[in-house]
Structure formats: C-alpha cells, structure tokens
Design a protein around this ligand. Structure first.
Ligand SMILES: Nc1ncnc2c1ncn2[C@@H]1O[C@H](COP(=O)(O)OP(=O)(O)O)[C@@H](O)[C@H]1O
Ligand SMILES: [Mg+2]
Length: 462
C-alpha cells in the first residue's frame, strides 16, 4: 500500500459514506417516522371503529364479538366498563397493558380517542384509548394495543441493511485501493525508480510504454528523455575526445616548429619562416577556441538574437567588400544577385557571420576561374526569403553531407594547415539560422559544386 492509493481510496470511501449517511438520514428517518405514524393512526382507527360498534350495542354478545375479532389480529383490544374495570379482552392482559390501562385515567381525552403510548423504542406497546359514550355518559373504554416488537424488528432489519451497505462500501473501497495501486500507483512508482536510475546514469531500464492512456504518455516521455540524455552523453563524450584531439594536433605542430626554430644552425630567414608558421598556427587555435566558446554560449541560450529590418543588398555588399581581396588572390569571382527592395528581419551581426562562414567555405573549396554566387529570392507575400550560396568547387561526398553540420566534422580529416578549418563553422551557421527561426539545407555534386540554401520565414514579425 502507498500514500497515493490510500488517499484516493479514502476520498472514495468518504464520498460513499457521505452518500450513505444522506440516504440513511432521509430514507431511514422518513420510513421509520411514517411507519410509526401509520401504525398509531391505524390503531386509533380500529379502536374508534370498535367503540362505534359498542356504542350502538353495548351488550355482552357484541363485546365478545369485538374481542373475538381482535384475537386473530396482530393488535389486541381490552374493553373496560365505566370504572375502568376490565370486562373483556382479546388476548391475555399483561402487566404492561394493565399499567397503561390504569395510567389512562390521568389523561384528558376526547371522544375521538387518544394516544396512550407512542414510545415504540422503549415501551412494549403502542396504545390508544377510545371512550364509549352512551347518552352522554361514559359507559366504558376501548383500549387498543400493538406490540412494538414488530416495529422494532422492522427497524432492526432496515438498520441491518444500512450496515450491510456500509460494509459493502468498505470492501469496495479496499478493492478500489487495490486496483488504484495496481493500475496507477505501481506504474508511477516504477517510473520514479527508473527516473532515479536515469539520474544515476543507468539507462538500461525499460518502461512499459504500451499503455494508451496518460500513464503510457508519461512512460513514453520518460523513455524518450532517457534516450535523449543517453545520446547527449554519447555526443558529449565524442565531442570531448575530438576536441582534445583537435587541440593536441596544432599544439604538437607548434612544439615541433618551436623545436626547429630553436636550432642554433638556422639562418635568421629560416627562423622567421618557422616563427610565422607558429604565429599562424597559434592564430588557428585561438580561432578554434573562440568558435567553441561561441557555440557554448549558444547552447546555454546566453546569446540573444536582436532582429531588425535589414536591407539585404547593403549587408551582402559590405561582406563582398571584405572578401574581395581574398577572392582576387584565389582568382575566383564573387557574384551577388539581390533585388534592392528586399528587406529581411534578422540580427545583422549574426547573419553576417553566417554569410562569412559560407563564403569562407566556398572560397576554400573552389578552384581558380570559377564563380561563387549569392542569389536572393523573396516570394510575393514576402513571407519567405531564400538566400542561396553556390560554388563550382569540389563538392561534398554524399556520405559526408549528413554530418557537415556536426561540430568538428570535416570531410578532409588530415587537416593540413592550408585547408584545415575548425569544423565548427557550419555548426555555428546552423545554430544561428535556427535561432532566427529559419532553415538551412545543402545540395552538392562532386566536382560540380555545392549550394547552401537559407530559408527565412518572416511570419508575422515584420
Ligand atoms: N562549399 C563547400 N564545398 C566543399 N566542401 C565544403 C563546403 N562547405 C563545407 N564543406 C565541407 O564541410 C566541412 C565542414 O565545414 P565547416 O563546418 O565550415 O568546417 P571547416 O570549414 O572549419 O572545415 C568542411 O570541412 C568541408 O569539408
Ligand atoms: Mg568553414
């Protein structure tokens, strides 16, 4: 047994008890009251009927006849004379009857007849008395008695029935508690255990996710939470091992070049060359760490996107200006097609970062005399804007396409100093676009080129 099912069970029990007491109060008291009223009215009516007969013929035969009639009934009659001495009775006159008969002289009664005793709970008889009046003179009395045992029995039976209902509801409550425990509380406890195990890092336990009710939903949520945590842990471990590798590699280079630069036989010129390499390599490590830091901030939602309406062509031209020398050096053409009427709702600084990263990649993977283009389309309702960055470079192998968004993922694993980026660029790009509520996708064909498509949905923000 446990707290929840007992609480629910008690609630259920209290409700049943409440309903029963209400039933008891209204039905029981109603039934009993009415029954007593009926019985007394009946008794009185019988008494007056006998009295009426006797008033017409107050003789021996009639008296006997009345007594005889009553002897078959549940009730008893006693007929007395004017002095209240017993003339005739239908049954044996018991002591209780006798007492009531003698007491009757102390009450004031009318011709209609009076109730002598109605305390059915404590007294042995209900009793009435009707005076026999002939020529305005009281000639005798008709006493009627009803044994209260039958009433008490009837009430007892009723009470027993109510008691029985009470016991049945108790049993029903116990059964309810049992089923509540079995179908609701036990699964909850099971889930509690599993979540505790999950928080301790144990993801082996499986929950029953086949139920089609809310508990099933809960179990499924917990299960998927557990799976997510497990996957996150795995990701984190993989990430940590690749990051340590990615930091170790350039540091090894650095150390190697530093060792070489320290050689005393080296000419100044050679030494400068090595020191330049060391500087470059150190710059790469710094960039990597900066990117990691940026991503960590994004993960913690510590960075905010401050959107504003931006004239896209201005933003793109500015970036083009910055990239122009690099493109010229590589003999690659950079083209921009964007209508000057196109405005987008973006964070200009973050979005520049996105375009910069994409152009950087495109340039890195483009051979001489090719074109890198940025084309922008906006649909008529201005609810969607597509920005497509295309190059005519080496392309991305089909097998790698899916992973390029992952942190530290590079198609070219060897990471030579010339092409070796951090592998964080596209992860940052994706994160920023998603934070803008947009989407980014890629299409690529080997040795033909790659196209990245950014889809911005304006929604009702503008
Ligand atoms: N335009 C492109 N053409 C060919 N390969 C690309 C292109 N853009 C990205 N890639 C591949 O995707 C990988 C991941 O890109 P990114 O996350 O920017 O990392 P990085 O540029 O630091 O290597 C790159 O290593 C590269 O192999
Ligand atoms: Mg890159």
């Amino acid at each position: 047994m446990n707290k929840l099912s007992i609480r629910l069970g008690m609630l259920f029990f209290i409700f049943i008890l409440l309903i029963e007491s209400m039933l008891f109060f209204f039905l029981y008291t109603g039934i009993v009251g009415e029954r007593i009223q009926n019985e007394t009215a009946n008794l009185l009516a019988r008494g007056t009927t006998h009295r009426d007969v006797l008033e017409k013929n107050f003789d021996h035969t009639t008296i006997k006849h009345v007594a005889l009639m009553e002897s078959e009934a549940e009730t008893a009659v006693v007929i007395t004379d004017g002095n209240n001495d017993i003339i005739q009775s239908s049954n044996d006159v018991t002591e209780g009857m006798q007492r009531l008969i003698s007491q009757s002289m102390t009450i004031h009664f009318t011709h209609h007849g009076e109730l002598l005793e109605d305390r059915w709970r404590t007294e042995k008889y209900l009793a009435t008395v009707s005076p026999i009046v002939i020529n305005k003179k009281i000639e005798g009395f008709v006493y009627m008695f009803l044994d209260t045992k039958s009433i008490r029995n009837m009430i007892q039976e009723l009470t027993n029935q109510f008691l029985l209902i009470g016991i049945v509801s108790l049993i029903v409550t116990l059964i309810t508690i049992f089923f509540l425990t079995k179908f609701i509380v036990s699964p909850l406890l099971e889930m509690k255990k599993v979540t505790e195990r999950i928080s301790q890092g144990n993801h082996d336990s499986r929950l029953d996710t086949n139920r089609d009710d809310e508990l099933g939903d809960l179990a499924r949520s917990i299960q998927s939470l557990s799976d997510d945590i497990e996957r996150l842990k795995k990701d984190r471990n993989e990430f940590l091992s690749s990051i340590s590798h990615d930091l170790r590699t350039p540091l090894t280079y650095l150390k190697g070049y530093a060792d070489v630069a320290l050689r005393p036989t080296l000419s100044n010129e050679q030494r400068n060359e090595y020191l330049t390499i060391i500087k470059e390599e150190a710059g790469n490590v710094t960039a990597l760490i900066n990117d990691l830091f940026e991503l960590a901030k994004m993960d913690e939602n510590q960075f905010t996107i401050q959107k504003q309406s931006v004239k896209l062509i201005d933003l793109l031209e500015k970036i083009k200006l910055k990239f122009q020398p690099a493109f010229q050096d590589a003999n690659v053409t950079l083209q921009i097609t964007c209508d000057s009427s196109i405005y987008v709702f973006i964070d200009p600084k973050r979005f520049s970062q996105v375009i910069t990263n994409l152009l950087d990649n495109a340039l890195k993977h483009s051979p001489q005399k090719t074109i890198v283009s940025i084309a922008v389309h906006q649909n008529k309702k201005k609810s969607e804007t597509f920005i497509i960055v295309t190059d005519q470079g080496e392309g991305i192998p089909e097998a790698d396409l899916h992973y390029i968004w992952d942190r530290l993922y590079r198609v070219e694993k060897s990471r030579s100093r010339s092409t070796g980026g951090s592998g964080l660029g596209l992860a940052i790009v994706k994160k920023i676009i998603e934070n803008h509520g947009g989407e980014i996708s890629v299409k690529s064909a080997m040795n033909q080129g790659t196209a990245f498509t950014i889809q911005l949905k304006e929604g009702d923000e503008i």
